[in-house]
Design a protein around this ligand. Structure first.
Ligand SMILES: [Zn+2]
Ligand SMILES: [Zn+2]
Length: 185
């Protein structure tokens, strides 16, 4: 199989993301390095953790073919420009991030050219890592579905917590620790 060029992959990312930005170029470089390290034979059995929900997240998603709704893309909300590429079949994982570098006063076109043409060693940093995935985190049928004893809503995939208050049964995160929303009358 012929490998897609950086330019082709970037083009697909820009179409999905809605604009060209340096985040797309950086995301493509991170993703292509991650694929080279963790999935040289293709994207089957690949799970990717992306460490922010900004521009690079869309580039990583498109470039790797992973999807949040298929449980192959996970958001680790660290606010960092990095991603980890897990090969489930081989039980290997690589975290790819950026070297410290400045684009300074470069125009958008110059910055794009630089990001796309810089050697891996100057632009990126990578390290072999171990990712311990629970069976509830894997793609496929839900391994655990329970009902929250407080709100009555279903909780999938082992995200429930034992009720520390001593009630009888599992509780959802929002009931136990508070939610990102508040009810309004
Ligand atoms: Zn963007
Ligand atoms: Zn609840």
């Amino acid at each position: 199989m012929q490998k897609a060029s950086v330019g082709d992959v970037l083009q697909r990312c820009v179409e999905y993301h809605g604009h060209f930005c340096i985040g797309q170029a950086l995301g493509v470089r991170i993703a292509m390095k991650g694929l080279e390290l963790a999935a040289p034979e293709g994207e089957k059995d690949l799970i990717v953790f992306v460490e922010n929900d900004r521009c690079i997240a869309d580039a990583v998603l498109i470039a790797t073919g992973t999807r949040l709704g298929r449980r192959t893309l996970k958001l680790a909300d660290y606010g960092k420009m990095a991603a980890t590429f897990v090969n489930l079949a081989q039980d290997t994982a690589w975290r790819v991030g950026l070297q410290p570098f400045e684009l300074g006063e470069a125009s958008k076109d110059e910055a794009k050219e630089r990001v796309l043409s810089m050697p891996d060693e100057e632009l990126l940093s990578w390290k072999k890592v171990k990712v311990r995935l629970k069976k509830e985190d894997l793609p496929g049928k839900p391994q655990r579905v329970v009902t929250c004893v407080r709100c009555g809503e279903k909780i999938f995939d082992g995200k429930d917590i034992a009720d520390e208050g001593g009630a009888s049964g599992p509780v959802c995160v929002s009931c136990l620790r508070g939610a990102y929303y508040e009810p309004e009358d």
